[in-house]
Design a protein around this ligand. Structure first.
Ligand code: IMP
Ligand code: MG
Length: 193
């Protein structure tokens, strides 16, 4: 007899464990915004949001910054609908604005192997910014393949595939308010909705 796999609900009940709560995220975003503001003030900054994962984090963070802030977005694709990157990331949507002589802060959702931030930093460096730093909400240090650290980090987390607060599996779960590990049974299921 075939056993029936439960279907994902794309809600918090698909999580194995909540690793970072909504309240913890909110407190840490406040702290990061203060750190970033005092690091850059009185200069202005250009935020480069790495789509789509960093969208939610960036939206919350920039509203807490107390310095003149420009916003641009970039996209690097490495995953597709899997939980493992299969090829080096490609920049698929470059910036719209000129960052020459600007103080640039790249914001990503998670630093995992390091390949994405590495590719983006190299790409942006070619445009001659005045300075170039990075900020990530999550850091999975154990998974690093490239020696690279973010300048501002929200939380260090263990090696688990996580979703929520912008992070997805096959474009789902980005709207969850907390961050948690996705139950293994939902990490390979074909998209049914
Ligand atoms: P890296 O290139 O391996 O550092 O991975 C960075 C990118 O992979 C992030 O911008 C995420 O989009 C994605 N990623 C890495 N780990 C996770 C995860 O646990 N959940 C969801 N996305 C992840
Ligand atoms: Mg991403």
């Amino acid at each position: 007899m075939e056993t029936l796999q439960p279907l994902p609900s794309y809600s918090i009940s698909d999580l194995e464990e909540v690793l970072v709560t909504e309240a913890q995220i909110s407190r840490r975003v406040d702290e990061l915004a203060k750190e970033i503001t005092s690091h850059y003030a009185p200069n202005d900054i250009t935020i480069v949001c790495v789509l789509s994962g960093a969208l939610v984090f960036t939206a919350d963070l920039i509203r807490k910054l107390d310095i003149p802030t420009r916003l641009d977005c970039i996209r690097a694709d490495s995953y597709g609908a899997t939980t493992e990157a299969t090829r080096p990331p490609r920049i698929t949507n470059p910036l719209k604005t000129d960052i020459k002589d600007r103080h640039v802060l790249v914001i990503d959702d998670i630093l995992d192997t390091g390949n994405t931030i590495f590719a983006i930093v190299n790409h942006l460096q070619n445009a001659s910014p005045a300075s170039l730093k990075s900020c990530v909400l999550l850091d999975k240090k154990e998974r690093r393949q490239i020696e690279i650290e973010a300048d501002f980090t929200g939380f260090e987390i263990p090696d688990a595939f996580v979703v929520g607060y912008g992070l997805d599996f096959a474009e789902h779960y980005r709207n969850l308010k907390c961050i948690g590990s996705l139950k293994r049974q939902f990490q390979s299921i074909p998209d049914t909705r």
